[in-house]
Design a protein around this ligand. Structure first.
Ligand code: PHE
Length: 353
């Protein structure tokens, strides 16, 4: 077999680019067979050199061409193979929207944290299972106080020392826990679960409250009124809301006020900031000196306000949800109707709802 045939056969049978490159090196490379023959031209006589030189150059061109052609074929084949492997079915449906939704309580929780965060409040937390001291006594509700009956408390069984833990009946124990661990000025909100043995259209045994507490040396009721008005406007996304402060009574505040906001019920839908009906949304007042003392602070030096709001309740009002019990039934149809898209994170600049 001639050198040419031999080389062309090698080129043709190279099964991948690496094998082809090996053939190129073995022929056209510095020490390749063709290059070696080129070197021997020098030892020839002029005529012989001319013929042999032309023949060698023709061979060199042919081999170069054959290698380039084979290379193109191999690359093409490789591309075909990749396209075959990496194909996608464009008729398949695009990725579907996530089916889960954010529960209105979670949404409103986040909204409230955003609003009060912007007003300089930090978020505080406390346990759901409380002792008698934090849930009652420290809040100026001593044993035998009638307020204990009003709370429809869930009690745990008696401990050997006769004391009983409770499921916290309000978020107010977080006031005590905060005062015992932080130094004034204190400015916190405490959203969380609360429990009372009560169930109807507007009451569930578990519900959510949000507590607010400000303690320093100068804060007074004017500050409380202002902060609540700011909150209501921001939360209900209205320019103005009328508020009514009604004298009330809580053992842990003095004076105490319940706060109503104005609304209209036109067309069976509640609209906040319009009309002449009133809706109660929270309890509040100036923190009672006994509570400040129980929190380890000097009531002659420190003062401040507290408020407690029903989180589920303001969610119902804002989003027109009629029945509180449905909040906790985990009915998928209800969740899809009243839930929020997972990526609609409420922010003040981006919009709350
Ligand atoms: N803890 C009260 C309740 O559950 C609400 C409240 C909190 C009132 C703070 C005044 C101050 O009804």
């Amino acid at each position: 077999m001639s050198l040419e045939q031999d080389i062309l056969q090698q080129v043709a049978s190279a099964s991948d680019e690496a094998a082809l490159e090996a053939v190129r090196v073995a022929t056209l490379g510095k020490k390749g067979s063709i290059s070696e023959q080129m070197k021997s031209l020098g030892a020839m006589g002029p005529d012989e050199r001319k013929t042999a030189g032309v023949a060698l150059n023709v061979l060199k061109d042919k081999v170069t061409e054959a290698i380039a052609a084979r290379k193109a074929v191999l690359q093409e084949a490789q591309l075909e193979q990749r396209l075959g492997l990496e194909k996608i079915d464009v008729t398949l449906p695009a990725r579907t929207e996530p089916r889960g939704t954010v529960h209105p309580v979670s949404q409103v929780w986040e909204e409230v944290v955003q609003i009060f965060g912007d007003l300089g409040f930090a978020v505080a937390e406390g346990p759901h299972i409380e002792d008698d001291f934090h849930n009652f006594t420290a809040l100026n509700i001593p044993p035998e106080h009638p307020a204990r009956q009003e709370h429809d408390t869930f009690y745990f069984s008696e401990k050997p020392d006769g004391s009983r833990m409770v499921l916290r009946t309000h978020t107010s124990p977080v006031q005590i826990r905060t005062m015992l661990t932080q130094k004034p000025p204190i400015r916190i909100i405490a959203p969380g679960r609360t429990f009372r043995n009560d169930s109807d259209m507007t009451h569930t045994p578990m519900f959510n409250q949000i507590e607010g507490l400000v303690i320093d040396e100068t804060t007074h009721m004017g500050h409380l009124k202002w902060i609540l008005a700011e909150f209501c406007k921001s939360f209900f996304e209205v320019d103005d809301v009328k508020m009514r402060f009604r004298a009330s009574h809580f053992p842990f505040t003095e004076p105490s006020m319940e706060v109503d906001i104005n609304c209209s019920w036109e067309g069976g839908q509640v609209k906040i900031g319009q009309g002449s009906s009133w809706l109660e949304i929270l309890g509040s007042g100036m923190v009672h000196p006994n509570v400040i003392k129980a929190g380890g602070l000097d009531p002659d030096k420190y003062q401040g306000y507290a408020f407690g709001m029903g989180l589920d309740r303001i969610a119902m009002l804002k989003y027109g949800i009629p029945d509180l019990r449905a909040f906790f039934e985990a009915d998928l149809r209800w969740l899809r109707h009243y839930g929020f898209k997972a990526l609609n994170v409420p922010t003040l600049p981006g919009g709350l709802s």
